[in-house]
Write a protein that binds this ligand. Structure first.
Ligand SMILES: C[S@@+](CC[C@H](N)C(=O)[O-])C[C@H]1O[C@@H](n2cnc3c(N)ncnc32)[C@H](O)[C@@H]1O
Length: 219
């Protein structure tokens, strides 16, 4: 290792610590991305018309209410991931009422995956407000490589990120803004855009955040 790469290693930001801290310091209902009702995601999931046993993967799930909603709808094969163990602990506590739910929790880094490399045959990849935190090319490349390996033919991908008019920061971190063409370009011609819309999300504080929601299907 030369002097520069050693310096880069030492100055690498600790995202795991950042996100654990975010979930530990305030109740989830106060977080700037908390959704009481994940309506726009559910709208796109309905379009997919998946069987209840379909494998649904939620990337960077945090403590999202989407999982309870999916269980309410009868989906039974759900894998959730996050870099933050605190987030997934909170999620699992919140889902303790669903006694028979079979959920697979994977604590791993989407931009430097290990356990996630085993993920395959995914029918639906869902990401809300995660990809936009990956501001470096190497992070984005790792994320899209993982997605493309995990998703099965005819599988669906929902990406919901801050749009080009949207905020440039979230949770104190820089973000990389997207529109549907940029997401199409990253996914490549093997993926067909089925639906997209811009969506204004109201934070618990009352402030707004502008998202682009996209639904793609792999050929
Ligand atoms: C703004 S929150 C969104 C959480 C959830 N998707 C939602 O809609 O409520 C971003 C989430 O991405 C997770 N995250 C950030 N970087 C990650 C990474 N490299 N790998 C996996 N998860 C990550 C964070 O811990 C956090 O839960």
């Amino acid at each position: 290792m030369n002097e520069n790469s050693e310096e880069n290693e030492n100055t690498k930001y600790d995202f795991e610590k950042h996100w654990n801290n975010a979930y530990q310091k305030s109740p989830i209902t106060n977080l700037g991305w908390y959704e009481e009702n994940p309506e726009p995601s559910m709208e796109l999931i309905e379009v997919c018309n998946l069987p209840k046993e379909a494998l649904i993967f939620n990337a960077g799930a945090g403590a999202t209410t989407l999982i309870a909603q999916l269980l309410n709808e009868g989906y039974e094969n759900i894998v959730v991931n996050d870099i933050s163990s605190a987030a997934l602990k909170e999620l699992s506590n919140n889902l303790s009422l669903y006694k028979n739910a079979h959920i697979n929790y994977i604590i791993d880094d989407l931009t430097n995956p290990s356990e996630l490399l085993k993920l395959k045959n995914v029918d639906l990849w869902h990401d809300r407000a995660v990809l936009h935190f990956f501001t470096e090319q190497y992070q984005q490349n790792a994320y899209f490589d993982l997605l493309k390996k995990a998703i099965k033919p005819k599988g669906f991908v929902i990406l919901a990120e801050f749009n080009l008019e949207g905020a440039k920061k979230c949770s104190g971190l820089d973000v990389f803004n997207y529109n549907e063409e940029m997401l199409q370009e990253r996914l490549g011609s093997d993926f067909v855009l089925l639906k997209s819309f811009n969506y204004t999300y109201f934070q618990p504080s009352g402030n707004t955040r502008e998202y682009v929601y996209t639904l793609f299907q792999k050929k």
